[in-house]
Ligand binder design. Structure first.
Ligand SMILES: NC(=O)c1ccc[n+]([C@@H]2O[C@H](COP(=O)([O-])OP(=O)(O)OC[C@H]3O[C@@H](n4cnc5c(N)ncnc54)[C@H](O)[C@@H]3O)[C@@H](O)[C@H]2O)c1
Length: 254
C-alpha cells in the first residue's frame, strides 16, 4: 500500500528539478500525477518515465501565469480522474542575480507573474474543486530566501514572502472545508533554477563552495529532499498541520 494510492495530484513545474522529483515520488507511492510544465517536452519526458516505471501520469502544458491555462490544468485532472486531491504549486523561477536597483520593471513583473500570480491562480481554481469533494491539500514551494534573504535576489525573495503570507491566510480561509495549505522553503539546490538565477550553465566550484559554507549540514538541497517534505505535508500524517512552512535548508536559516 502506498501513502497516495489512487490519489489525484497536480504538480506544476514538474518537468525538472524539485517538481520532477516530487511527481516521481508521488507516483512511486501510488498516486496518479498530472505532470504540468511550461515546457511540453519536459512534461512528456517525466510523465513517460513515470509510466515506464509502472506508474500513472499524464503530461500537461501550462503557463501558470495565465488564468485560462491554469483553469484548464485543473479541469484536465477533473476530466481524467474526477478531481484533485493535492495541488503542488512548484513552478517558479528567478530573475538573474542583480542588486534591486539594477532590475527593470519588466524583470520585476515577470517574476511576480509566475511566482505569485501563478500560486494565486492554482489555488483559486483548485479550491472550488476540493471544496465540492470535501477536502484536499495544497503545498506551495516558497524558499528559505523568504525568511532569511541574502543579497542579489531581493524581488525574487519578495515573491516567496508573498507565497508564505498567502499560504497562512489561505489556510485559515479553507481550514473548515477540510483543505490544508502549507509551504516548503528549500535552500539552494543545483537545479535548472540555478542556471537562470546565476547565469552559469553549471554551478561553478567557487559558488557551490560559498553556498555550502552557509549551510550547517554541509551540502546543497537535493530534489529528493524537497520531494520528501512535500509528500509528508500532503500525506495523512500531516492531517493537523496547516498554515505552516517547512524549512528544507540543512540549518541555513537557524
Ligand atoms: N533550486 C533552488 O535553489 C531553489 C531554492 C528555493 C526554492 N526554489 C523554488 O523551487 C521551485 C522549483 O524550482 P527548481 O529548482 O526545481 O527549478 P527548475 O528550473 O529545475 O524547474 C522549474 C520548472 O518550472 C517550469 N516553469 C517555469 N516557469 C513556468 C511557468 N510559468 N509555468 C509552468 N511551468 C514553469 C520550468 O519549465 C521547469 O521545468 C521554484 O518555485 C523555485 O523558485 C528553488
Amino acid at each position: 500500500m502506498g501513502r497516495f494510492d489512487g490519489r489525484r495530484i497536480v504538480v506544476t513545474g514538474a518537468g525538472s528539478g524539485f517538481g520532477e522529483a516530487t511527481a516521481r515520488r508521488f507516483a512511486e507511492e501510488g498516486a496518479r500525477v498530472l505532470v504540468a510544465d511550461l515546457d511540453d517536452e519536459r512534461a512528456r519526458r517525466v510523465a513517460g518515465g513515470i509510466e515506464s516505471a509502472g506508474g500513472v501520469a499524464e503530461p500537461f502544458t501550462v503557463n501558470v501565469a495565465e488564468e485560462d491555462q491554469v483553469a484548464a490544468m485543473i479541469q484536465r485532472s477533473v476530466n481524467l480522474w474526477d478531481g484533485v486531491d493535492v495541488l503542488v504549486n512548484n513552478a517558479g523561477y528567478s530573475h538573474r542575480q542583480k542588486l534591486l536597483w539594477k532590475l527593470t520593471v519588466e524583470e520585476f513583473d515577470a517574476v511576480f507573474a509566475v511566482n505569485v500570480r501563478g500560486v494565486f491562480l492554482g489555488c483559486k481554481h483548485v479550491i472550488p474543486v476540493m471544496m465540492a469533494a470535501g477536502g484536499g491539500v495544497i503545498v506551495n514551494i516558497a524558499s528559505i530566501g523568504a525568511v532569511a534573504p541574502r543579497p542579489g535576489v531581493t524581488p525574487y525573495n519578495g515573491t516567496k514572502g508573498a507565497v508564505l503570507t498567502m499560504t497562512k491566510g489561505l489556510a485559515l480561509e479553507t481550514a473548515r472545508h477540510n483543505i490544508r495549505v502549507n509551504a516548503v522553503n528549500p535552500v539552494a539546490a543545483a537545479t535548472g533554477f540555478m542556471k537562470t538565477a546565476t547565469g552559469q550553465d553549471e554551478l561553478s566550484a567557487e559558488l557551490e563552495a560559498n553556498l555550502i559554507a552557509s549551510i550547517p549540514r554541509g551540502r546543497l538541497a537535493t530534489p529528493a529532499d524537497v520531494a520528501a517534505a512535500v509528500t509528508f505535508l500532503a500525506s495523512d500524517d500531516a492531517d493537523f498541520i496547516t498554515g505552516t512552512a517547512l524549512n528544507v535548508d540543512g540549518g541555513r536559516s537557524v
